[in-house]
Design a protein around this ligand. Sequence first.
Ligand SMILES: [Zn+2]
Length: 174
Amino acid sequence: MAILPIITVPDKRLRKISEPVSQVTDELRQLAEDMLDTMYDAPGVGLAAIQVGHPVRLLVIDAANKEDMPPNPMVIFNPEIIAASEETNFYEEGCLSVPEYFADVERPLTCTVRYLSKDNEQKELECTDFLATVIQHEMDHLEGKMFIDYLSKLKRDRVVKKLTKQAREKATAS
Ligand SMILES: [Zn+2]
């Protein structure tokens, strides 16, 4: 078990576009395991590899967020949205790379995602409600995009400024 450091705003790596995986290797499977450990430890419901500094198209998700639901870890490489509903909904989103900040984001209510499994199989996943939100949020990270980009410039500037100040204070304190 390994807990990896999660990078946060304003780290520029979060704006990088992640590279597709040509084949899932043991090394990538290990990274996925470490990312799951990191996500559960945080705790969070999803994590993209770039959030731990690896610019590869890999996500881990567990959208079984209710206490009475059994854990449902998912490892997803090279995800692609092949269909999305016109109907949208709002969820209050947060992000392990934007600590202690939450905001409503509007996204398609359902989507279908094609991806490569950790056993190198092409699969499709129907996502609705919370899972649809989580997977779309995590997929944005692969494009260097974050949920705060959906907010007004005023709101976004405010949160980036606050986190930049905190990062500076942390750097001088240590
Ligand atoms: Zn995020």
